[in-house]
Design a protein around this ligand. Structure first.
Ligand SMILES: *Cc1c(COP(=O)(O)O)cnc(C)c1O
Length: 407
């Protein structure tokens, strides 16, 4: 019997013109930068939570591990299971609180859970013990973030009780900084000192601490030095700056671009308005172009009348309101825009660039939220060596056949 023909409407094979381009070579380059920064004694934990900050967790994780990242970090058990289902074998830490009910699934997927209390630790211990095995957990120490974790004061005593649980062993201790991305180092240094004291106190009780980790991107980039066994690199892995005070070094490469194509070209006459609410009214003859991207894709409505896209290598301001699925831009003067012309919403066209930082400032937020907010509806095109090697449409990853790959 002949093989069934491919189903033409298969999910993941998106030909939508609006897409997120992910430069896998940039991921690898950025991982190698951080591995060099970490030196001989420490390794890179690639933080790929929230679908790799919107970039696509599976392909980013593969690229990161391929470039030498020793660990992966996610925020939920489901995110970890997604990576395991895709065949990733590297150690995976779940960095945020998980529900005790998730402990058995996490154990079966060989995920390392972070714990911040004894009850959760006991649930993890039980799920390992009933299988006649031992689970390894990392303990987050709350040194001042006041989010997740064991308060520093009680951490040594809690760790002592935790390692006494049958079925459980300590895999590591870590902490997280509240102000590593700020110029003022006072609180950051306090947190570092508190954490060092906790690690010392745990070891003084004769407990083996196999791994210690504390630096996020901002801390790794701002120093004063790398300490511990792993650095947990998130935002800077994507080539983005942790903050204005701690910019990404110029050698890091931005991984993500958001692009689309002109779907209609219009000539506006004076007095004509554009989009809902007539928020823009032309005061002169003006070329306009329709871009099939909207807030349903994560291109925020607050960009209405404020953001610019790139068309023909020039800035093209958004006219009127951003809709759920469509946005209109001004055609730069003198440009002969055509149907299908490429539009860049994040990234560069020639020398002109729109950064996630620029959009974040317009939206009153941080670059993290802009890229993480790009919705699953935008297909991700994964590019390596100038060729698209895989497509991700609505969460379904499709490797491309070689003849389809050229970009
Ligand atoms: C998200 C997260 C990180 C990564 O932070 P970046 O600022 O993106 O580098 C590191 N550690 C913990 C605990 C996190 O939650």
């Amino acid at each position: 019997m002949a093989a069934a023909p491919p189903v033409p409407w298969q999910l993941g094979g998106s030909r939508r013109a609006s897409r997120v381009e992910i430069d896998l070579d940039a991921v690898a380059h950025n991982v190698r930068y951080f591995q060099a920064l970490a030196g001989e004694c420490a390794g890179v934990m690639a933080v790929v939570k929230a679908n790799a900050y919107g970039h696509g967790a599976v392909m980013v994780a593969r690229a990161a591990v391929g470039a030498g990242a020793r660990w992966l970090a996610v925020a939920t058990v489901d995110e970890g299971i997604q990576l395991r289902a895709a065949g990733l074998a590297a150690p995976i830490l779940v960095l945020a609180p998980s529900d005790p009910a998730e402990a058995p699934a996490a154990f079966d997927a060989e995920l390392t859970l972070a714990v911040g209390d004894l009850d959760t630790a006991a649930a993890v211990a039980r799920s390992a013990a009933v299988r006649g095995r031992v689970a390894t957990v990392h303990v987050e120490v709350d040194t001042g973030m006041r989010r997740f974790g064991v308060p520093a004061e009680v951490a040594p005593a809690l760790v002592e009780r935790l390692v006494a649980l049958p079925g459980l062993q300590l895999g590591g201790l870590y902490t997280h900084f509240a102000t590593a991305d700020e110029a003022d180092r006072a609180f950051y240094n306090e947190q570092r000192a508190r954490f060092a004291a906790v690690v010392g106190a745990v070891r003084a009780r004769g407990i083996v601490v196999p791994l210690v980790h504390l630096e996020n991107s901002a801390a790794a980039l701002s120093g004063p030095r790398i300490e511990g066994d792993l650095i947990r690199v998130g935002i800077a892995l994507y080539g983005l700056s942790p903050s204005a005070d701690v910019p990404a070094p110029a050698v890091l490469r931005p991984v993500l671009a958001l692009r689309s194509r002109v779907a209609r070209v219009m000539s506006l006459t004076p007095g004509e308005s554009v989009s809902y609410g007539r928020a823009f009214i032309a005061d002169r003859p003006l070329g306009a172009a329709l871009v099939p991207v909207g807030y349903g894709d994560g291109y925020r409505r607050v960009f209405s009348g404020r953001a610019t896209m790139l068309l023909g290598g020039q800035r093209a301001p958004v006219l009127g309101r951003v809709c759920m699925d469509q946005t209109v831009i001004a055609v730069p003067d003198g440009l002969d825009a055509r149907l299908g012309d490429e539009v860049t919403l994040i990234g560069c066209q020639g020398a002109a660039c729109v950064s996630a930082d620029e959009l974040a400032t317009l939206a009153g937020t941080i670059n993290y939220e802009i890229v993480t907010g790009l919705s699953a509806r935008l297909p991700r095109h994964y590019v390596r060596g100038g060729r698209v090697v895989a497509l991700d449409g609505l969460g379904r990853l499709t490797p491309l056949l070689p003849e389809e790959c050229t970009y």
